[in-house]
Write a protein that binds this ligand. Structure first.
Ligand SMILES: [Zn+2]
Ligand SMILES: [Zn+2]
Length: 309
């Protein structure tokens, strides 16, 4: 299972309807948090996101993307947490996050490791070993100095096993089927039977891409190629496209053009200007003119990401 829950979808400041940026990704029972704007912990409670997480990934350090870490770390401390926490972010993360988590007089009573990552890097390690069948690729975005996005990319899966074909080839049900499923050749009555023909070709894993704040850019386009889900910021509508350029943000149409060019399966728009807090119909219409499979996020929205095949 792979699902995402939007905890905050407003740009720059919270509104009555929307909190600032944060997104929870749950995969096979593991929870990862991407950005942690002010009020994220309360949104986690409200929308049932587990506090038993060990990694938070930051896209950049504008206040609307990280202030929530201050309170979240205190709450985790009060809960008696002992497990270490890993925080990832672009260059500058160590300084900003060290300051944020040491603000005030309490001390965070568990270990915190802050890791600065660079575009091109694939994060395979976790605090307690290897990531299970996926990596997180860091890519460059265009939103001022040191801003990044993240792509969760699953490994290829084994091909589909066809029990009828196995039986027809004379392989009895049992441990030999397991070997075939792993792609191994088996021997029955002295005869070698290869897995190919009984097990289909390898199947693609899923890819989910999160831009954080950015202009439409080459980094996103490359990272999002063939993505099952692209989560792209869309701060403005077409009537403010000049402002989007000046402030290093995207319009809904910009985001849709990236999704189209990258041949994504689905696009979710988030990080909306306060103007669209109640209704984002205008953004949706503008994006759908370019890329039909678009939706606009709202706080509490959960999206499942199924396998393409
Ligand atoms: Zn922002
Ligand atoms: Zn920003």
């Amino acid at each position: 299972m792979l699902s995402l829950t939007f905890l905050g979808t407003s740009a720059a400041r919270p509104t009555v309807e929307r909190g600032v940026s944060s997104l929870a990704l749950v995969r096979e029972g593991e929870t990862l948090l991407f950005d942690c704007g002010e009020g994220t912990q309360r949104q986690m409670m409200r929308y049932g996101v587990s506090f038993a997480l060990t990694e938070i990934f930051f896209t950049h350090f504008h206040a609307d993307h990280f202030l929530g870490i201050i309170g979240l770390m205190r709450t985790l401390g009060l809960q008696g947490r002992e497990e270490p926490m890993r925080l990832y972010g672009p260059k500058g993360a160590k300084k900003v996050l060290t300051n944020a988590i040491s603000l005030g007089t309490e001390r965070v009573p568990f270990g915190v490791e802050i890791i600065e990552v660079e575009p091109g890097q694939v994060i395979r390690e976790t605090g307690n070993g290897k990531r299970e069948a996926y990596g997180i690729k860091v890519f460059a975005t265009e939103h001022g100095a040191n801003t990044i996005g993240y792509a969760l990319i699953e490994d290829e899966r084994p091909g589909r096993f066809d029990p009828e074909k196995a039986k027809a080839a004379g392989v009895p049900e049992g441990p030999l089927w397991g070997k075939l499923q792993r792609g191994e050749t088996v021997v029955v009555d002295g005869k070698e039977i290869p897995a190919a023909g009984i097990v289909g070709g390898k199947r693609k894993g899923r890819k989910v891409v999160l831009t954080g704040d950015t202009r439409p850019c080459a980094g996103t386009l490359e990272a999002a190629t063939g993505a099952d889900l692209l989560i792209h910021e869309a701060t403005f509508g077409e009537d403010e496209k000049d402002r989007a350029k000046e402030t290093n943000h995207s319009t809904a149409r910009d985001a849709a053009q990236v999704a189209l060019a990258a041949q994504c399966r689905k696009l979710v728009l988030t990080h909306l200007s306060a103007r669209y807090s109640i209704s984002a119909e205008e953004l949706l219409t503008e994006a759908r003119e370019v890329f039909k499979e678009t939706i606009v996020a709202k706080d509490g929205l959960t999206i499942e990401v199924p396998f393409a095949e």
